[in-house]
Design a binder for this molecule. Structure first.
Ligand SMILES: [Zn+2]
Length: 295
């Protein structure tokens, strides 16, 4: 039986098809920003059909940034408000001719994939992309709460006088260290994407080094706060922006190390083993293991 993993993100959706023989096929589709729901769903359906062809998919694991109800309908997705009320389970099950569809939070699934790869060690996952997300894996299980989402690292306040976050508060980590936040500041210096920012870094531009340092410091501040609370052995840095700018992982590791208190073990801080694909790897795990499903 074939299994499908899907990572529905803010700017693109990635797919990984795994056959019983272990053969893996992958694809991805980019979203139009501000696209209409019908067009979004059709582009998903088309990408799934192209990847799957005539194969019979038994189960689908879907990583989503949105909040879904138990039936698989979208309750809230701040980046795509038009999706509210979409019956994503019915849509995907229809496209995949009756496959079982399981949903999980993208940060949770990325954390599970990294913890799986790390042999189940206590771990903090930090995903830096369009936003900043995270997850905590402690004592052999993902940290969850009945009272709401946990490890919302992007909304940990790291600079009370910092820039305004999309949530309305000032100085959230996400307002300082997400891809759009860093590139927004880089645009003042004519770097508009990760590639031009990397070129400026390797050319030794002072402004580029300063920007990188600011983002790394903000990430390290949040990571050290978590470390003081739960002492993970390992911190894995993933997400699309982090993967596109490896210098940020190195600078963040150095900043965490510099903040370490004498006499206490510092967590190992390293790039995510799955690079930008941790959520997708977690989505495949979700297709394999029912107990990981949130909906
Ligand atoms: Zn916030």
């Amino acid at each position: 039986m074939e299994l499908l993993g899907m990572d529905i993100g803010g700017t693109k959706t990635a797919f990984r098809l795994v056959s019983s023989g272990g053969v893996v096929r992958e694809s991805a589709v980019r979203w139009k920003s501000g696209g209409e729901t019908g067009a979004d769903l059709e582009s998903l359906a088309k990408a799934v059909r192209e990847l799957v062809g005539f194969r019979k998919v038994g189960r689908v694991g879907v990583a989503v940034p949105a909040t879904l109800d138990a039936r698989g309908r979208v309750l809230v997705w701040p980046n795509r408000p038009a999706w509210q009320g979409v019956d994503l389970r019915a849509h995907l099950s229809g496209v995949l001719r009756g496959a079982e569809v399981r949903f999980g939070d993208d940060g949770d699934l990325a954390t599970l994939a990294e913890a799986d790869q790390a042999g189940g060690r206590d771990l903090l996952y930090v995903g830096v992309g369009t936003g900043v997300g995270g997850g905590l894996y402690l004592g052999g299980r993902l940290l969850r709460s009945d009272n709401g989402p946990v490890a919302e690292l992007g909304h940990v306040v790291v600079a009370p006088d910092g820039p305004r976050c999309g949530c309305g508060r000032q100085g959230c980590l996400q307002a300082l260290a997400s891809g759009p936040a860093v590139l927004g500041r880089a645009a003042q210096f004519e770097a508009t994407d990760g590639t031009t920012l990397r070129s400026a870094l390797s050319a030794g531009a002072t402004w580029a080094r300063q920007l990188l340092q600011e983002a790394a410091q903000a990430l390290a501040t949040a990571i050290v706060a978590v470390t003081e609370l739960v002492r993970p052995q390992l911190v894995r840095l993933g997400g699309g922006f982090m993967a596109a700018l490896p210098e940020l992982a190195a600078a963040t590791a150095a900043a965490v190390h510099a903040l370490n208190r004498p006499g206490l073990p510092a967590p190992a801080v390293e790039p995510a083993a799955h690079g930008a694909m941790s959520s997708l790897a977690g989505a495949v795990l979700l297709a394999q293991h029912r107990e990981l499903a949130a909906a």
